[in-house]
Design a protein around this ligand. Structure first.
Ligand code: ADP
Ligand code: MG
Length: 615
């Protein structure tokens, strides 16, 4: 019986394999750039035409190849990077399969010029659909230049599948950035259709991040550094106020490879919890170095997933390090990317003194328990007498994750007693509250269920209180251990000066107004120190273009902006006592129904409505 199994001809086998490695122009870009990095280039130029559909060329000044190697490099499984299977576990290079050039050559027209430093003459090779069609000596500088033209010329179905030039170009840029971001010491250039999109000189990591992301962004990053037995973590996270509405700037690199990792992404997002505005995404560039043995890196060439042995531990380290950095640095308005690192160290030390307990937080910490013992002794230093009804105030307004300074917050002596309203005016039973989805507080009256939006309720409460403070008696403020210096641009400073008096009344104690900065010694009670700069930035931009003349409208806008920024966020877990306080205080407001921006604070559902449903 004749055999029906046969070996595929090489060029067919190669095309199939190419499908795995080369999916679009960006895949070629990735492979060629990585080869140039592996060849120890110090300068790499990428030239692309039509999103890479007509040309992708990478020119490097790396080691180059001799004429035999130049030929061999296009053979499948031809690599200079590993010899034995064990080498896979101590990879120092990007490539190791020896498949990329073979795959690319199977589906495109490839032209290579390469020369070793020790050779006088280089090699010029032309490969089309896996076949070497020309090889000759040539004059060329040390290093390698590879041009890939007419991608998928021999697989029309794949070629038609390519997206528009703009889309492919975007993918190309993504790959370029991912490589450039891990090799700041290498100079990179990207030229698309004749125009230079990136010119990145050899630099340090911060300058590279800024270079890749655009020069205006150097104020938005705070450094993250951590070293444990498991990982070494470096990089930057974006200050929360610069958070984007899109996920564009999220980068993880593990042992110098870009990866996507939803679980670790979650760790970072978690560290930002409560700091971001709705629908904003944190930006980060985080570089993890781990023992190569502890990850599975022998993954599919086009995939970017990595499997860690110690995923949970890495999760916690990542989360607490990012949190720590945000706590330490988010109050620092400017991070000078050109500053030398010794200065940065001093700064770090200095700041960490001020905000000691910003990590290692006991999530089960209950402020009410603490209050019973330690809090009162600390409160001796506070000037006001806590009244019975607002003894839980500070707990309501503090982010438990911040620091123990929160326990020092002074409480106001003058209040309306919310208890008065209970049962008499509203008849609700605030003791029977519960929280739904960390967003709604549910309480009831005799005949109705009341569903309160926690953020909006707090917005209303703070607004009325601030309004009173700004207009009638100045609010109490908490003194900062280290004054906060905020860097402001001309416009922000202009706005700040106009609002200065009102801000003082609201509890900001302003010690200095410089040419491009202000110094703040004290901030309103209940405002966590780490949120101050975010809040003020927001405030100044709220007033940016139109500042009402002094008078009620200005005060009103200021109170609205501050209250909105200070109000507890949805997603915050509230303890029973906090829920009760919120309900009580809301119903002692003048206008509990609506937020200062006229949105509904609560809705009611009557027992009669329920009766109907159960008919
Ligand atoms: P891999 O990178 O997995 O080894 P490739 O097919 O990408 O496989 O490359 C095959 C070999 O060709 C590499 O191992 C390397 O020796 C050589 N090579 C490829 N590109 C370059 C380059 N730009 N400079 C010097 N050598 C290169
Ligand atoms: Mg390679």
């Amino acid at each position: 019986m004749s055999s029906i199994i046969h070996l595929l001809p090489d060029h067919v086998a190669n095309q199939i394999a190419a499908g795995e490695v080369v999916q679009r122009p960006a895949s070629v870009v990735k492979e060629l750039l990585e080869n140039a990095v592996d060849a120890q280039a110090t300068s790499i130029t990428l030239v692309v035409k039509d999103g890479g559909k007509s040309l992708i060329q990478v020119v490097d000044n790396g080691t180059g190849m001799g004429d035999t190697d130049a030929r061999l490099s296009f053979e499948r499984h031809a690599t200079s990077k590993i010899n034995t299977a064990e080498d896979l576990f101590r990879l120092q290079t990007k490539g190791f399969r020896g498949e990329a050039l073979a795959s690319i050559a199977a589906v495109a027209h490839v032209e290579m010029k390469t020369k070793l430093e020790t050779d006088d003459i280089g090699t010029h090779l032309i490969v089309e659909g896996s076949a070497i069609v020309q090889q000759e000596p040539c004059v060329t500088p040390v290093g390698t230049s590879i041009a890939v033209k007419n991608l998928f010329f021999n697989i029309p179905a794949r070629r038609n599948f390519l997206k528009s030039t703009t889309v492919e170009q975007k993918h190309v840029i993504d790959e370029f950035q991912r490589v450039a971001l891990v090799h700041p010491s290498i100079a990179f250039k990207l030229i698309h259709n004749g125009s230079e999109l990136f010119q990145l000189p050899s630099s340090n990591l911060r300058q590279r991040v800024v270079g890749v992301m655009g020069s205006k962004t150097n104020q938005k990053w705070v450094p993250v550094n951590e070293e444990t037995d498991l990982i070494k973590l470096t990089g930057f996270v974006g200050k929360p106020e610069f958070a984007k509405k899109s996920r564009g700037e999220q980068f993880f690199f593990v042992n110098d490879r870009f990866i996507k990792h939803p679980y670790l992404h979650h760790a970072v997002s978690n560290a930002f919890e409560g700091l971001l505005k709705d629908k904003a995404y944190p930006s980060y560039f985080l570089y993890l170095q781990v023992d190569p043995k502890s990850i599975d890196i022998n993954i599919h060439p086009t995939k970017t997933e990595v499997k860690f042995d110690n995923e949970h531990a890495i999760y916690s380290i990542l989360r607490s390090s990012v949190k720590h950095s945000l706590g330490q640095f988010s109050v620092a308005p400017v991070l000078d990317f050109n500053k030398d690192s010794s200065m940065e160290l001093e700064y770090t030390k200095h700041k960490s003194k001020a905000k000691l307990p910003s990590i290692d937080v006991d999530r089960n910490f209950n402020p009410f328990e603490a209050e019973k013992d330690s809090t009162f002794s600390k409160k001796k230093h506070s000037h006001s007498i806590p009244s019975k009804t607002n003894s839980h105030w500070e707990a309501l307004y503090t982010e438990k994750e911040f620091d123990e300074n929160i326990l020092n917050i002074e409480v106001e002596s003058e209040t309306v007693s919310p208890q008065l309203f209970q049962s008499k005016d509203f008849g609700y039973d605030s003791s029977g509250t519960f929280q739904l989805q960390r967003k709604y507080i549910i309480t009831s009256t005799k005949s109705e269920m009341i569903i309160i939006d926690q953020h909006r309720a707090h917005f209303r409460i703070l607004y009325e209180e601030l309004l009173k403070n700004i207009t009638a008696q100045p609010a109490l403020s908490q003194q900062l251990l280290f004054p906060l210096k905020l860097q402001l641009d001309t416009n922000e400073l202009r706005v700040f000066k106009i609002l200065k008096a009102s801000l003082s009344n609201a509890g900001f104690s302003i010690s200095e107004v410089g040419e491009d900065f202000v110094t703040i010694n004290g901030i309103p009670n209940r405002l966590p120190e780490s949120e101050t700069s975010i809040l003020l930035d927001q405030l100044l931009s709220d007033f940016d273009n139109d500042i009402p003349d002094s008078g009620f409208e200005q005060t009103d806008r200021l109170a609205k902006s501050l209250a909105k920024g200070m109000a507890i966020k949805n997603g915050t877990l509230l303890q029973k006592e906090e829920q009760t306080e919120l309900v009580n205080l809301l119903f002692s407001c003048k206008e509990p129904m609506l937020t200062p921006l006229n949105r509904l604070v609560f809705v009611k559902q009557s027992a009669a409505d329920f009766d109907k449903k159960f008919m």
